[in-house]
Design a protein around this ligand. Structure first.
Ligand code: HEC
Length: 188
């Protein structure tokens, strides 16, 4: 009978585990997601007021700064990642993130809406339990000005981008594609 005990325990633990993930997801979203519309609004305003080249600092400094503030406030690891980075140093995904980003693209191809696309999972890193959350970032109209097809970009902007990002891979997107994701690692 000894062998039944662990199984019973496991089954008893499973619903709690699912509940944990739901609660952690809700709490993480409430804390972190307000950053996303803030960046998009700042982007739209900056492009309207200063033109595209003048708006570069919103994606380059303001977005990372807002994310940094959230990191300080929560102690969680929060970043922006993409399969095609402009700034590889900051935005290169780890293996788990690569898998989710690839899966997001498959889910989108199967007709799932990108606006609400996300992934939550509890994983073990170096023997410790970590809650991971990722939210897809869709390409909207304003994003195309700097991440759209290379030959459609403003000449002044292109020159500035080439100067700062000689290895830029983050062009060639069309509206409704997944530009990347906001990613959170929260120690449990
Ligand atoms: C004014 C130009 C501009 C616009 C408009 C813009 N971006 Fe960016 N984006 C950049 C720059 C510059 C970087 C590199 C930032 C850095 O150095 O960390 C970047 C980086 C990113 C990254 C980080 C990953 C990477 O490629 O390095 C994401 C994600 C991203 N942008 C998403 C968006 C989304 C979504 C929109 C539309 C809401 C958008 N961007 C609009 C210029 C822009």
């Amino acid at each position: 009978m000894k062998t039944f005990l662990p199984l019973t325990l496991l089954l008893a633990a499973l619903p709690a585990f699912a509940q944990d993930i739901a609660a952690l997801t809700a709490d993480t979203k409430k804390t972190v997601l307000p950053v996303v519309p803030k960046v998009v609004n700042a982007m739209q305003e900056a492009v309207a007021e200063k033109g595209v080249a003048g708006a570069i600092p919103v994606c380059k400094e303001q977005a990372p700064e807002l994310i940094k503030e959230k990191r300080k406030e929560t102690g969680w690891d929060i970043r922006r990642v993409s399969l095609k980075t402009r700034n590889a140093e900051r935005g290169t995904p780890d293996l788990w993130e690569v898998r989710q980003l690839a899966d997001f693209n498959i889910r989108a191809a199967n007709g799932e809406k990108i606006d609400t696309m996300e992934k939550s999972e509890i994983v073990t890193i170096d023997g410790k339990q970590v809650f991971r959350y990722m939210k897809a970032l869709p390409v909207g109209d304003v994003c195309l000005k700097c991440h759209g097809p290379a030959d459609s970009l403003d000449t002044g902007l292109k020159a500035k981008l080439a100067e700062s990002y000689p290895d830029d891979q983050a062009t060639g997107y069309s509206k409704g594609e997944i530009r990347g994701a906001l990613t959170v690692k929260r120690p449990l």
